[in-house]
Design a protein around this ligand. Structure first.
Ligand code: CTP
Ligand code: MG
Length: 587
């Protein structure tokens, strides 16, 4: 693949700023056009000196040199300002786009990609791309313009000498290409290792409690040290390569200077060119040293940058696996949800696994009724309810809401109608108020108070010194499991959902509080659809329907009384828990 193909993903971004690049390019032209005049001034000065030396003449040339340098400096500043600024603009766009695509991915995406890897791409790789867009473009432009300008004057001084001076150039270009490929490969390997390291740090920070509890600190430190050493080893291999590239380039340049000195000296002695012209010529050559060396650096930036462009592009092109359906022309998407849910012969298999987790589920939850799901751990309860807000995808026609496929609804409409309390509570590192109002940003303080009251957490929050402004998580208060669960319930309730799903959402609260919350929910959810998942009979007994899910299949379905009479899984569960309760009372 050529470099252009590798860089193609950047073209739309570059195009957006083409006027800026034009302006920056013009400034670069100005600064270089002025800078190539510098040796010309020296040439005139020296040639004048060899003829008639006047003090005023020297002052004039000195002043001219300063003026040229100043004017060049101003335009160089402008070039830098515009071009580096543009690289920041594109960095801004890219970062936003990366976040946007990540935000739209279905949850399954994050099971397949490690957080650390994503973070590395969004930081380290983005930075490499910015260096490519800013300094790399600027330096190659400057090198190109100055070389062209210098070449014109050098040829006018002596075409023959110019030819000699540029003899090592093909060698330099071969060198740069050879190194470029290797730099690219090595840099890709470095970035991959960096992703690994980031992932390790992230997982050890997130899993700090677990690592301590299992006394795995030393093992983790050793494993990290190994990865870190590997990263440095790969980085050093790149340093070695780079370390070889620059001196080689400089050597080639020095070589051509020697040749020019020998041949040019002869030209001067035989009076074919003036002393001033010769000095100007060598000045051009020394002035070319830096741009040529910069070229070596640019090659490095470009190689790193293209490796990173590819890695960022992979993030950007990942299509969300779950998105709004395109309906046939003339068919409008449903805009309202009443709350009837129906599973029709639904079978679900996770990608990459053989056996289905849900088998032939047939279940209708009429609008405004409640369903409870019980069953052993791993039976597929969470999987079943995840299908309703389309956190996972069911086959078309197997899950209907109000008689239409769940896929027909725009995701926003569907999810707006659902209050979801996931099994694993997640709260953001913000205030309690912000967490409760997460899905209803316009909620009033009264609404927040009301929802937390219904979830039986309001009074506890008010007892915190900062009340609803208490920060949650790392920088704030650490809430108990039960407190978190109830905040999550309030977060779902404040949206006033048509469908409420509680996935084991009362598992960490005591049975007394549970009863009160259930009572409150019954009031609020009257005429709405509610789905409870629980391991406790006390949570589910008042539900309109109770489904027993075992190994992916519904094995029992009915009301509490019906199921108790059936002498099956539910009866056993009921008896066991009644016994426990009695024992608790006795104890
Ligand atoms: N599973 C999977 N991939 C996932 C999630 C779950 O392969 N991304 C599998 C699990 O290994 C399990 C089965 O799907 O065997 C059902 O998981 P789940 O629906 O979460 O079970 P629950 O009934 O919710 O179990 P629990 O009571 O423990 O919450
Ligand atoms: Mg579950």
């Amino acid at each position: 693949m050529t470099i252009w193909e590798n860089l193609r993903p950047l073209f739309p971004y570059l195009r957006r700023y083409r006027r800026g690049f034009l302006v920056g390019g013009l400034f670069a032209v100005c600064s270089n056009a002025i800078w190539v005049l510098f040796p010309q001034v020296i040439r005139r000065a020296i040639d004048d000196m060899t003829r008639h030396l006047s003090y005023r003449g020297i002052l004039f040339y000195a002043g001219l040199l300063i003026a040229v340098a100043l004017a060049k400096g101003v335009f160089l500043f402008l070039t830098r300002w515009v071009l580096i600024g543009l690289s920041r603009d594109i960095e801004y766009d890219l970062r936003n786009d990366i976040f946007r695509t990540l935000e739209l991915q279905a949850p399954g995406y994050f099971r397949e990609h490690r957080t650390g890897d994503i973070m590395a791409r969004a930081t380290n790789d983005l930075n490499a791309v910015r260096m490519l867009l800013g300094p790399a473009i600027m330096y190659s432009l400057n090198t190109l313009l100055f070389t062209v300008g210098a070449l014109i004057f050098m040829v006018r001084i002596s075409p023959w000498l110019t030819l000699l001076a540029f003899v090592p150039l093909p060698a330099a270009s071969i060198l740069v290409q050879y190194f470029g490929r290797r730099i690219h490969e090595r840099f890709e390997r470095i970035q991959a290792m960096y992703s690994d390291i980031s992932a390790q740090v992230q997982e050890n920070v997130a899993g700090a409690r677990l690592v301590r509890a299992f006394a795995q600190e030393e093992a983790e430190i050793r494993s990290f040290e190994r990865a870190n050493a590997e990263y440095i080893r790969r980085a050093l291999r790149l340093v070695r390569l780079m370390g070889m590239l620059w001196p080689t380039l400089e050597f080639l340049l020095g070589l051509s200077l020697v040749v020019v000195l020998l041949v040019g000296g002869h030209e001067v002695v035989t009076r074919r060119i003036s002393v001033g012209a010769f000095v100007a010529f060598t000045t051009y050559m020394t002035m070319l040293t830096w741009p040529v060396i910069a070229l070596g650096w640019v090659v490095n930036l470009v190689q790193r940058g293209t490796a990173s462009v590819r890695r960022i592009h992979e993030l950007l092109i990942a299509k969300p696996s779950i998105s709004d359906a395109t309906l046939p022309v003339g068919q409008a998407p449903p805009t309202e949800i009443r709350g009837e849910i129906e599973f029709r012969n639904l079978t679900l298999t996770y990608p990459g696994t053989a056996a289905p987790v849900l088998r032939k589920i047939d279940l209708r939850i009429p609008e405004g009724t409640s369903l409870a799901i019980v069953g052993p751990t791993g039976a597929g309860k969470t999987s079943l309810v995840s299908l309703i807000p389309r956190l996972m995808e069911a086959e078309r026609g197997t899950l209907l809401i109000d008689g239409r496929s769940v896929m027909d609804y725009p995701l926003a409409t569907l999810r707006q109608a659902i209050g979801f309390v996931p099994q694993e509570t997640f709260l953001f590192g913000e205030t309690i108020r912000e967490n409760v109002a997460f899905g209803a940003p316009n909620a009033t303080d009264e609404a927040v108070l009301d929802a937390t009251r219904a979830a039986h957490i309001r009074d506890e929050i008010l007892e915190f010194p900062k009340g609803f402004d208490t920060l949650v998580g790392e920088r704030g208060i650490t809430l108990s499991g039960g407190q978190k669960q109830r905040i999550a319930i309030a977060r779902a309730l404040i949206r006033d959902p048509k469908i409420l799903i509680l996935d084991d959402a009362l598992s960490s609260v005591d049975t007394y509080t549970e009863e009160q919350i259930l009572h409150e929910l019954a009031e609020r959810m009257r005429g709405r659809t509610t789905i409870f998942i629980s391991h406790r009979v006390s949570t589910v007994r008042h539900a309109d329907q109770i489904a027993v899910l075992v190994d992916g299949s519904i094995v029992e379905l009915g009301t509490h009384d019906e199921l108790v009479a059936r002498n099956g899984y539910y009866t056993e569960l009921h008896e066991k828990q009644m016994l426990e309760e009695e024992l608790a009372v006795v104890g």
